[in-house]
Design a protein around this ligand. Structure first.
Ligand SMILES: NC(=O)c1ccc[n+]([C@@H]2O[C@H](COP(=O)([O-])OP(=O)(O)OC[C@H]3O[C@@H](n4cnc5c(N)ncnc54)[C@H](O)[C@@H]3O)[C@@H](O)[C@H]2O)c1
Length: 705
């Protein structure tokens, strides 16, 4: 027996499953046998007593989980951090444990009232005393970790728990003598697993499978080379034996019904201090401010979800609710992350949502020079579609050429300092680029309830459950929008794939161009080839478009069309020479509507107009999109996504595709301005043309009246 090691236990006199605060308790209320529980506890008690000194705390009525002394607090040397239970059902245990620690002469540290931390259930010392592993995610708050570091003067490594069955760190993680670790990796997020792998050498990591994990093999008590647990598979016993550990199994099934086993039933109260180890916690906190229709628009939910899903935690410091329908709310939220890297990832998402730092926490954006042309520093800020501002020399600058997936380059011009969004390939040596997430904010218009409802209507369409009547309603709105833009001299860009022609939509699109509803057309080789084939021979890929049947030898039509345009030199020349007299591209030439055809590996020909240099094609697309009020994307996944990526927020986007997944991908840009319509593109165009002509006749009628 080691006289220097002491454990605290509490006999199960009042133990029962009285409530449900974890998944193990579900269905087990009052289903545990008191006699069997006492017998199992006694066996564990005697096993331990042969090896260490076991102290006892007096069990109390009304707090049945007091038997799980691991959650009394966390001890290191003469200090104890008392637990602050997350669930009110267990908060009644706190004064009894506090009294016991005080009687034993420990210095008791108590966390702020609203900061949950569940003791050695969620904080486990490396058995060599080098650092403290601390869990968060279910019961303990990440914000408690810096307190542990300060009060216990030790480095704290934060691990995020992901599986609610393993709600405490000690249910899935057990540091063993000599730097070994017994653990269940799927219980943790990727960041935590990386941290574990950085600190524990592969030969020291003993990962258990799910079968052992749910038998609470990791909820083990380790004394020197002995490991006491409820149950272990033969494979696990063999692996532990190879590492030099003896496994003692002792059934604790009655306690499993409450979600605990050997480790939960004990608290090691003698933990030696390593003199050379000192406080350190990688945990970082920042305060953000949000303003807008935070509840109506779901911004508040999105913010808190982004923090939690990103691996952080939050505390709402202040919330002023806008009480009128039109008035906005303001919230201040403290965001905590386990490390700087995780904080940066969370903050970049919060910036997209529209969060800003408090004025007193504001700093300038960090800049780093480009040292290799076309290559940004590792940590560069990746731009989004939202209007963005950067803080340089204490001034906020609006970023020009906003688009997603770029970097923000800062340069000095005759007009002063300028911030521009640039593609990686365009970055030049000597230019400064924004890195990290300081001094960046996006400018978001508050989403109104009314706008949100409209978006929901469109999302409903996009969900593929739209009735025909609903498609008609959306088309009506789009027609109205097109009409308005045309009348105000605005700009509509159409992106179209060859399906437009196959589905009989070519004539309708031609009509839209003829009537001035389209100011630029983007596509690939195929839309033009199919349109020209149809115009010259009445077929699309050899199919007769009027009769809907294949034409004998029709497969050659396609190539003949390409050949003709190649002979003329370009589509424009073919029109000039009278070789092409109708169709979408004929109308473009006649009405001076610029178009751009981006090449692809699938292309036949290609047509002389198709840009096979994709960098050139991307630049051409970007040029034609500039100043667009609305982009109508018609059945071309490739070109629509390409266009979507270079379009800033604020430009309305309508995506029509038969595949709901394509529509969702394009309209789900977090922006109110995106509309998805799941329908046949031929049908859509025919309805659109109908609606526009109805609008025109209504307009003429009002003029006459
Ligand atoms: N002969 C050629 O040169 C040739 C032929 C075909 C494609 N291509 C090239 O291949 C690339 C990709 O072509 P893409 O844009 O056609 O393909 P894509 O797969 O990117 O997009 C086609 C889209 O149309 C949708 N769609 C299919 N039927 C529909 C319908 N009835 N109504 C509404 N939507 C419908 C699909 O769901 C898909 O999202 C382009 O560059 C194109 O020019 C070249």
């Amino acid at each position: 027996m080691s006289a220097s090691i002491r454990f605290l236990m509490c006999s199960p006199d009042h133990y029962d499953v009285d409530y449900v605060i974890n998944p193990w308790m579900e269905g087990n209320i009052h289903k545990s046998s008191r006699d069997r529980a006492v017998e199992q506890w006694q066996r564990l008690f005697h096993l331990l007593k042969e090896r260490v000194i076991v102290d006892l705390v007096t069990p109390q009525k009304g707090v049945p989980d007091m038997v799980f002394t691991a959650n009394a607090g966390l001890v290191l040397g003469d200090n104890v951090v008392l637990s602050r239970f997350y669930h009110k059902e267990r908060q009644g245990e706190e004064p009894f444990f506090k009294q016991w620690f005080e009687q034993q002469g420990y210095t008791v540290h108590e966390l702020p009232q609203d900061l949950p931390f569940e003791g050695a259930g969620d904080a486990l010392l490396d058995r060599e005393g080098r650092w403290l592993w601390a869990g968060y995610g279910f019961r303990s708050e990440l914000d408690s970790h810096p307190y542990l570091a300060k009060w216990l003067d030790i480095e704290v490594l934060s691990l995020r728990l992901m599986d609610e069955r393993f709600y405490h760190l000690d249910t899935c993680f057990c540091p063993l003598t000599d730097g070994y670790l017994l653990y269940y990796p799927p219980a943790f997020d990727a960041y935590s697993n990386r941290l574990i792998e950085m600190r524990v050498a592969p030969e020291k990591r003993i990962a258990v499978g799910e079968a052992d994990a749910v038998n609470f093999a990791c909820n083990a008590v380790n004394v020197d080379r002995t490991v006491v647990m409820n149950q272990a598979s033969n494979d696990l016993k063999r692996r532990l034996a190879e590492a030099g550990f003896e496994v003692l199994e002792t059934p604790l099934t009655e306690f499993l019904k409450a979600g605990g086993a050997a480790k939960c039933l004990t608290l090691r109260v003698t933990e030696p201090i390593q003199p050379e180890v000192h406080a350190a916690a990688a945990v970082e906190s920042r305060t953000i401010r949000l303003e807008g229709h935070l509840i109506d628009s779901g911004v508040m939910n999105r913010t808190l979800d982004a923090v939690v899903e990103g691996g952080g935690s939050f505390q709402i410091l202040n919330f002023q609710l806008g009480v009128q329908r039109q008035s906005t709310s303001v919230a201040e939220v403290k965001v905590t992350a386990p490390s700087h890297d995780v904080m940066e990832k969370i903050m970049s998402q919060l910036i997209d949502i529209g969060a800003v730092r408090l004025p007193q926490e504001l700093s300038d954006a960090q800049l780093e020079p480009i040292v290799q042309a076309g290559v940004a520093p590792d940590d560069f800020y990746v731009t989004t579609i939202y209007p963005t501002e950067v803080r340089v020399n204490s001034q906020w600058l609006r970023v020009q050429n906003q688009r997603m997936d770029g970097a923000i380059a800062i340069s000095q011009t005759s007009n002063g300092t300028v911030a521009r969004c640039k593609l990686l390939r365009d970055l030049e040596i000597g230019e400064d680029v924004v890195v990290g997430i300081d001094g960046i904010r996006t400018v978001r218009k508050p989403e109104l309830r009314e706008q949100r409802n409209t978006q929901q209507e469109f999302s409903f369409m996009g969900a593929g459950v739209s009735s025909e009547r609903r498609v008609e309603l959306v088309v009506e709105q789009i027609a109205w929008e097109l009409r308005k833009i045309r009348d105000q001299g605005g700009k509509v860009v159409v992106v179209a794939g060859p399906v437009v022609i196959h589905t009989g939509g070519g004539n309708h699109l031609s009509q839209l161009i003829r009537e001035g509803y389209v100011q630029a057309l983007l596509g690939g080789n195929a839309i033009a080839v199919h349109d020209i084939e149809q115009s010259l021979m009445g077929t699309s890929l050899g199919m007769d478009m009027k009769r809907g049947v294949s034409v004998r030898g029709g497969h050659r039509h396609h190539l003949k069309a390409i050949n003709l345009i190649r002979r003329c030199g370009s589509i424009g020349h073919a029109v000039e020479q009278g070789a092409l007299t109708s169709g979408i591209f004929y109308e473009c030439i006649q009405h001076r509507v610029p178009f751009s055809l981006a090449g692809s590996i699938r292309d036949d020909g290609p047509l002389p107009d198709t840009k096979m240099d994709l960098i050139e094609a991307q630049a051409d697309y970007a040029r034609l999109i500039e100043g667009a009020d609305l982009i109508l994307m018609l059945s071309s996944m490739l070109h629509s996504i390409g266009t979507g990526n270079m379009t800033p927020a604020g430009v309305k986007m309508v995506c029509v595709d038969i595949n709901p997944a394509v529509v969702t991908k394009l309209s789900d840009r977090g922006s109110v301005e995106s509309v998805g319509v799941v329908t046949d593109v031929g049908l859509f165009l025919s309805l659109l043309v109908q609606q526009l002509s109805q609008l025109t006749s209504r307009y003429q009628l009002t003029q006459t009246v």
